[in-house]
Design a protein around this ligand. Structure first.
Ligand SMILES: Nc1nc2c(ncn2[C@@H]2O[C@H](COP(=O)(O)OP(=O)(O)OP(=O)(O)O)[C@@H](O)[C@H]2O)c(=O)[nH]1
Length: 338
């Protein structure tokens, strides 16, 4: 099958909390993007992002819990095969683009290789772009401390620097210099709260001819990403006391320093809809109050992704906090996801 008849795939990756979902929420609303199918991969079964990508709910497929670059590459094959079946049955006649949003720890190289080498998929899909979001506030820290972040930058066709509204101009400049040193052929764009032109993001990159070289280099870079990484989901039986919860979370993030990489939650604090909580390293972004629940089950759930932290310590800290500060006991249930 010629390239004209294949569906282009854009892989959107970027370190934990760097703004992948925010970017997609914005660009998928733009003209010409209605014909895009989205495959979302998240750690754990508490997938949030696919609910938040409301524009595309009906064309969005949530890949199973785990990281699409390793444990669930079969899920990726399965997700793309499902999509293909739908296109072939005419149910998805209008799909002209596919976006894969990876987890924040994914190495994009194996994902790209899966598509390029799978006996069936390679005839129906091709990789058009690898877009990598980089957080202007935490980007340098991640490049220096998290090997996955470097692997992502190495493979990027387009680097999107997010959160420049929160960083100083000289910090952004230093980040850009470092990114260009790692991957000189990638385009660099900025996007505050996902404000980027879809036409630019989804246009094939000029330097795409060099992509495979970079991918080989990236896949040879060191270390499996699951090393020292753990992820837990905590659910609560009753609505949360928002003030007490905020205090506990701040204390926990302070105590665990840089080792808690990401916190995400959909929290019942007694209102009609939940609060969406987003924490990246030490930064808790302003929470979003949703008018209604995007899920059938109205239960608070919180996901932590950490390096070198024993999941039991999180639970112990929560129990100790509830006792010490005499907060009404709200039984947390923890599930270790990774
Ligand atoms: N101030 C500011 N906040 C942003 C910007 N982009 C994203 N955020 C916030 O950063 C937090 C994380 O954004 P997400 O889009 O969920 O990040 P993600 O990369 O999809 O996260 P994971 O899927 O968990 O890796 C959210 O609270 C966003 O509102 C930005 O440009 N400026």
């Amino acid at each position: 099958m010629s390239k004209q008849n294949k569906l282009p795939i854009t892989v959107v990756t970027g370190f934990l909390g760097s703004g992948k979902t925010t970017l997609l929420q914005q660009v998928l609303r733009q003209p010409g993007m209605q014909d895009t199918a989205v495959l979302v991969n998240e750690f754990g079964k508490v997938g949030l992002d696919h609910h938040l990508l409301q524009v595309m709910e009906e064309s969005t497929i949530l890949l199973g819990g785990g990281c699409v670059c390793c444990s669930t590459r079969d899920d990726l094959v399965e997700g793309l095969s499902q999509l293909l079946n739908r296109v072939e049955r005419g149910e998805r006649a209008s799909i002209r683009k596919v976006v894969i949003e990876t987890t924040g720890l994914a190495d994009p190289a194996p994902i790209v290789f899966t598509v390029l080498s799978h006996p069936v998929l390679q005839h129906h899909f091709y990789i058009e772009n690898v877009i990598v979001t980089v957080d202007a506030v935490n980007g340098l820290f991640h490049l220096h401390n998290q090997p996955e972040s470097v692997k992502q930058v190495l493979v990027a066709d387009k680097l999107i620097i997010t959160k420049t509204d929160l960083a100083k101009a000289n910090e952004v400049e230093q980040l850009v210099q470092e990114l260009q040193a790692i991957n000189p052929s990638s385009e660099v764009h900025t996007a505050v709260y996902g404000a980027a032109d879809a036409a630019i993001l989804f246009t094939p990159a000029a330097a795409s001819g060099r992509k495979s070289e970079r991918m080989v280099a990236a896949s040879m870079a060191s270390g499996a990403h699951t090393q020292d990484v753990s992820s837990v989901s905590i659910t609560f039986e009753k609505p949360l006391d928002w003030t007490a919860f905020g205090l506990w979370l701040s204390m926990l993030l302070h105590a665990k320093g840089e080792d808690i990489m990401r916190v995400k939650g959909l929290l019942d604090i007694g209102g009609p809809g939940p609060v969406v909580l987003n924490g990246v390293q030490h930064i808790i972004h302003p929470p979003d109050h949703l008018e209604e629940w995007p899920t059938e089950e109205r239960i608070s759930s919180l996901v932590f992704i950490m390096r070198r932290v024993d999941p039991q310590d999180i639970l112990a800290s929560l129990e100790a906090f509830q006792q010490t500060f005499d907060v009404e006991h709200n039984l947390p249930r923890m599930e270790v996801l990774l």
